[in-house]
Design a protein around this ligand. Structure first.
Ligand code: SF4
Length: 347
């Protein structure tokens, strides 16, 4: 294995998670996984919130570490016939919708998302029926079935621009499933929106009262927050945006310290791209809590190196299968977003 992989691996383990690991065992597994991915011409992609070891393997094998939008776009443009994802289920479905001819495998189908789970398609249809005159916007953290019911699918990166444009056209909107992001969009656009009552269990746990105290002790630190956090937290932030937006802001802004209100899996990329800056976890526990800052997604945590090896050796992994009708219906609002995104970025 290359020296820089070992150094990076050790730094990640010690600096970020301080886990007690059997380093040699993991290094051997990483080497084996890297070799299998390359030999079998598999595309391995990982979300920012997954284990740094998996992120490193994706980088080393020509895959991508990114957010759900960039991952899906990258898979679409890549020639590989088989994609393995370290992420959560709705992301794998999104890749399948955009790449129906590829074999899409997720390390475990148990890696879910509270936003997706909290928005079952039958209840979503009933909600739509109560508001028949509204344009339906589904956040990307939803099932393929919910996406197929939407006029638009958006990611956190593009949500504000889409809502602004639809509101400017006088459209009345229905937003699902993240209520915090919905409140943030509503506040910043003045759009006429009804909101589904869902949340991300990780971002929902950030506490504005504790953040206020932390800011006091770290004067000069900029707060970077994901819009899935509660509005009271977002109102204290210097920057609100997607995971990619948070990384870009950390690199771009002159501050030396940053308080980060998103899943702590992002610290791997932040430390990699802004090594001279200090990153502090935003508080997720109030007075008396046993964990003051434990913002990590339990479903992302299910993505383990051993499961990647199982998938690569044909013993595990769960393939995503969606019927062609569902793919067709869910791809319409998704492609509408990609088209909008391309136009926005070509301006
Ligand atoms: Fe879903 Fe939150 Fe986990 Fe992301 S961090 S996958 S939004 S539960």
């Amino acid at each position: 294995m290359r020296k820089n992989v070992i150094e990076s691996y050790n730094a990640v383990c010690e600096k970020i998670f301080s886990k007690s690991l059997d380093h040699m065992d993991h290094l051997e597994k990483m080497t084996k996984a890297i070799n299998l991915i390359k030999e079998n011409k598999i595309l391995f992609v990982a979300h920012y919130y997954t284990d740094p070891m998996l992120q490193k393997i994706a980088e080393e094998t020509g895959g991508i570490v990114s957010d759900s939008l960039e991952i899906a776009k990258f898979c679409k443009s890549h020639p590989a016939k088989t994609v393995i994802l370290a992420g959560v289920y709705f992301m794998a479905e999104t890749i399948k919708i955009l790449c129906p001819d590829k074999k899409i495998i997720i390390l475990t189908k148990n890696s879910q998302c509270s936003l997706d789970l909290g928005c079952p398609v039958d209840e979503f249809r009933s909600f739509k029926k109560q508001h028949p005159d509204r344009t339906v916007i589904a956040y990307v953290n939803t099932s393929a079935a919910v996406k197929s019911e939407a006029d638009w699918v958006v990611t956190s990166r593009i949500a504000m621009a889409v809502v602004q444009q639809l509101a400017a056209r006088g459209e009345r909107l229905l937003w699902a499933p993240d209520k915090h992001m919905g409140q943030y969009l509503l506040k910043n656009t003045g759009a006429d929106m009804v909101l589904w009552d869902g949340s991300c269990i990780v971002h929902d746990s950030f506490k504005s009262s504790e953040l206020k105290k932390l800011k006091y002790f770290h004067a000069g630190a900029a707060v970077l927050a994901h819009p899935e956090a509660p509005l009271a937290v977002l109102e204290m932030a210097d920057f609100v945006g997607s995971t990619k937006g948070i990384i870009d802001a950390a690199v771009r802004l002159p501050n030396e310290k940053f308080i980060i209100a998103t899943d702590d899996g992002l610290f791997y990329k932040l430390s990699q791209l802004a090594p001279d800056k200090e990153f502090i976890r935003a508080p997720s526990g109030g007075v008396g809590a046993s964990c003051k800052s434990c913002a990590h997604c339990p479903w992302m945590e299910l993505n383990e190196l051993s499961l990647l090896l199982d998938a690569l050796e044909g013993r595990g992994g769960d393939e995503i299968n969606l019927c062609s009708e569902l793919i067709r219906a869910a791809s319409l609002p998704l492609l509408r977003m990609l088209d909008f995104y391309e136009k926005e970025n070509s301006l």
